[in-house]
Design a protein around this ligand. Structure first.
Ligand code: CTP
Ligand code: MG
Length: 405
């Protein structure tokens, strides 16, 4: 059973009437994903892994589970998808209904605020725990606010120093939120209002302009621009030190991977992209090809793009038994996208078996073909020392050289 004590309920069951898109709002494309997908990434960006509940239109529940369960699994986050209701309030209460008993802190978040930074979630959660009451992020109202009648006539100016615009995630001790939801008789547009209506206290902390809600087409346009900027920054942070674009210097990267031999004698051995009939296989979520994984790590490191673990989650069912070639091709795509060409790659296997020499040329030709650059493959034993010497597994060490494209 999971020991997670915090949950984030992401409400995404609205239709998005004001956005006027053919898809429900949360399923509208944003930055190569959906509004919901971008919101989920922010939630999973929290340092403390939460239990995530996505509340979506009933007819979208299966598709949502299929698409996003692997994303949550890659972050080791417990994950539920539930069908929403006719109002936001009903959707939240359906999310609340599935929370495990151990959850003591609940954050309710609008999927329609996908660019809310993870630190807002963390700040709200910390404040809820420290104060033992509801906490809501909010921004000061900067415009002058007036009360206006139905005919458009100004009635009075409202003192804006007492006003604040509410955002999400809104956080509560679980008991308080459950209690308030079971006692609310009216419809409220946010959880703070509902909780306050039952006489419980709610505090405000500083919100973040990036937590704005996508309501109208212009908001979606703004979100697209912010995502593009953010991705540009990531690419710059990763690639600029290489000097790409300014005729800069080459970059090297190193990668190491280790796989134990599988207990099951029936597992085939895949190493350096080749199948080795009659040899004992390696254990792993994928095919256990340590050489290919080490090469990917070396390439990603050289490009400043992180590592294999971060990109190919072990929870991804698509990678179950996947061959090294799948990892290499995706890594190559990312490296090229970041503005590099591969100079060369070298990988050395450390282990007693298999004997590489008879198939070295074959391995080098295969890997060079996949990466479109020279790959040299070497092997050594570790002189009977350590786990490789005892024949418990194989390790591989790779170095990659990249050049600005
Ligand atoms: N929401 C929900 N269930 C509903 C209504 C709204 O889960 N029955 C969610 C929306 O998906 C959104 C958040 O509550 O993430 C805030 O609602 P809003 O911005 O009003 O979204 P919509 O109701 O979808 O948009 P509109 O009001 O323009 O139709
Ligand atoms: Mg609405």
């Amino acid at each position: 059973m999971s020991s997670v004590t915090i949950a984030v309920i992401v409400v995404a069951a609205g239709s998005g009437t004001r956005l006027g898109h053919s898809e429900p709002k949360a399923f509208v494309p944003l930055g190569g994903d959906t509004i919901l997908g971008v919101a989920l990434d922010a939630v999973l960006g929290m340092r403390e892994t939460p239990h995530v509940v996505l509340v979506v239109p009933a007819e979208r529940a299966d598709e949502t589970r299929e698409r996003y369960a692997p994303v949550a699994a890659a972050a080791s986050a417990p994950f539920d998808v539930v069908a929403g209701g006719a109002t936001r309030q009903e959707s939240v209460s359906r999310g609340l209904a599935v929370l495990p008993r151990l959850i003591d802190t609940v954050l309710v978040h609008d999927a329609a605020r996908p660019l809310t930074p993870p630190d807002v979630f963390e700040e709200v959660a910390a404040a809820v725990r420290a104060r033992g009451r509801g906490v809501v992020p909010a921004l000061a109202v900067v415009d002058t606010v007036k009360r206006v009648d139905a005919s458009g006539r100004v009635l009075e100016t409202v003192d804006r120093s007492e006003l604040a615009a509410m955002q999400t995630p809104q956080g509560f001790p679980r008991g308080a939120l459950d209690w308030a939801y079971s006692h609310a008789h009216e419809e409220y547009t946010d959880d703070a209002a509902l909780v306050a209506s039952t006489g419980l206290e709610v505090d405000v902390v500083h919100g973040d302009t990036r937590a704005f809600k996508i309501t109208l087409p212009a908001d979606l346009h703004r979100a697209e621009q912010l995502v593009a900027e953010r991705e540009g920054e990531t690419a710059v942070a990763g690639a600029a030190p290489a000097g790409s674009g300014n005729g800069g210097t080459p970059r090297v990267g190193t990668g190491v991977d280790v796989h134990a031999y599988a207990d099951d004698q029936a597992v085939p051995l895949w190493l350096a992209g080749l199948h080795w009939p009659g040899e004992r296989g390696l254990a792993g979520h994928s095919d256990g090809d340590a050489a290919c994984h080490a090469i990917c790590d070396a390439l990603l490191a050289a490009a400043g793009l992180g590592d294999v673990g971060a990109i190919f989650g072990t929870g991804d069912p698509a990678l179950d038994g996947a061959h090294g070639e799948v990892f290499l091709r995706e890594t190559l795509r990312r490296v090229r996208e970041a503005g590099f060409v591969i100079g060369n790659v070298s990988v050395q296997l450390v282990g007693n078996r298999p004997k590489l020499a008879p198939r070295r040329a074959e391995a080098e030709a295969l890997l060079s073909g996949i990466l479109g650059a020279p790959v040299s493959v070497a092997a050594t034993t570790s002189d009977a020392l350590g786990f490789t010497g005892r024949g418990e597994g194989v390790s591989a060490i790779a170095t990659a050289l990249l050049m600005p494209a």
